[in-house]
Design a protein around this ligand. Structure first.
Ligand SMILES: [Ca+2]
Length: 152
């Protein structure tokens, strides 16, 4: 076996093992569907289309309802989210529940949940975290974005 192939094999074995371990330790990934939905809605890239969008887990913590960040909390508090809350583990969300989640996401677009001066929508469109005041759009980019929006 060539060294490259061995490397690939080792990497995929390691990745597989991590997946198995994650599955054993954390069976509750129901909310992954929310992440998929919001990724699709805003066409989010790798930078922000991940758990940290709504969660602020402490070291050794997994993303969960106990460590939502301010943006995650705002979503949770939105009345439209109600029917989609409290689902655990392998729960399969219905289309209506996922649509309710998407509605909640849109409802809070105009808020600036983390108080950094850019709205949630602006942050999502510009690739920063709406639940982390330390992550905010570049002022120039934000100005250009607002100008372009005003023209429409
Ligand atoms: Ca913000």
């Amino acid at each position: 076996m060539s060294l490259d192939r061995k490397k690939v094999l080792n990497t995929s074995l390691a990745a597989g093992l991590i997946l198995i371990l994650a599955g054993i330790t954390y069976p509750a990934f129901a909310q992954k569907k929310f992440l998929e939905r919001i990724r699709k809605h805003y066409l989010l890239g790798q930078e922000t289309g991940k758990c940290l969008l709504c969660h602020a887990p402490k070291e050794k913590e997994e993303p969960g309802k106990k460590n939502l960040n301010v943006y995650g909390k705002a979503l949770q508090a939105d009345p439209d989210m109600k029917i989609a809350l409290g689902k655990e583990g392998e729960y399969k969300f219905t289309e209506a529940e996922l649509a309710a989640f998407e509605k909640a996401v849109i409802n809070i677009e105009c808020l600036d949940s983390d108080g950094d001066g850019a709205t949630n929508r602006e942050e999502l469109d510009l690739g920063t975290f709406p639940g982390d005041p330390a992550s905010k759009p570049d002022p120039k980019k934000l100005e250009e974005y607002r100008k372009a929006k005003a023209k429409k």
